[in-house]
Design a binder for this molecule. Sequence first.
Ligand code: NAD
Length: 282
Amino acid sequence: MELLDGRKVKKEKLQQLREKLNRCEEQVGLAVIQIGEDPASSVYVRQKEKMANDLGYYFKHIKLAENVTEEEVLSLIDQLNEDNLIDGILVQMPIPKHLDSKKIQNRIHYLKDVDGLTDINAGRLIHNQDTLVPCTPMGIMTLLEYYGIEVSGKNVVIVGRSDLVGKPLAALMTNQDATVTICHSKTKNLSTYTKQADILVVAVGKSNLIREKDVKEEAIIIDVGINRLEDGKLCGDVDFESVSRKASYITPVPGGVGQMTVYELGNNTYKAKMLRKKNSNL
Ligand code: NAD
């Protein structure tokens, strides 16, 4: 079994990105909008800030009160869409329930949508056009490519169908000629599907959902889940100890897909600048 080491790949990929940035005359800018006081969101925003600082990006962290109105959020996004110093905009999820998250995400100009969650970017991805793709699925593709794992012709089973992970990953895998099955909370006999997978991706948020009996010999296992145990430690959705004995490759949690997600946000923000320059319509 070989570990798919997100930390190592992130480090190398960030170095390659820095080299590209050295050749770029203008500073890259990222704006993160945080609404309310969700403690997990503060941790994620700090991670993004650190990544942005490491890459020398201009980082704008805008904190809005829990009771902000939808109009105020939309008008802030309009300003950021027009702001030439800002290449990427993201709204940290979750946001308070009185706000329409789809409407807010769709207000971001698609060329600044570094989370890849606008309807335009989701559609462009389905149509296999070069665009901004959600960071986690993109990170999975980068990790597989780094380890020379071919996707074409493989049976790929994805457990989880969120707009952030499962669905865009299914599109990326299909665009690269994999045969893709998507499973979710209503799937009956999950194990029947997971056992068929050459590449099994699990993005649910339930520890030990996948055990040794649920995977086939030599399968490639990508564990996206992040679960906090009672002792404060993090684990994925896959029982790492038993499954790693059967798998050919597996991602650890932490140190796997999460690391790649952070890198891809840095890369998407740079890419957003390049795409915008090419389109120069903002
Ligand atoms: P989500 O809650 O939006 O989606 C969960 C999906 O799991 C749904 O599609 C649901 O149908 C499916 N599901 C629920 N119970 C199931 C079951 N018993 N069997 C099969 N499918 C089931 O979550 P999300 O945003 O896609 O995130 C999923 C997990 O991945 C979470 O643990 C999250 O923290 C983690 N995550 C990690 C990263 C990273 O960078 N590593 C990024 C995003 C999300």
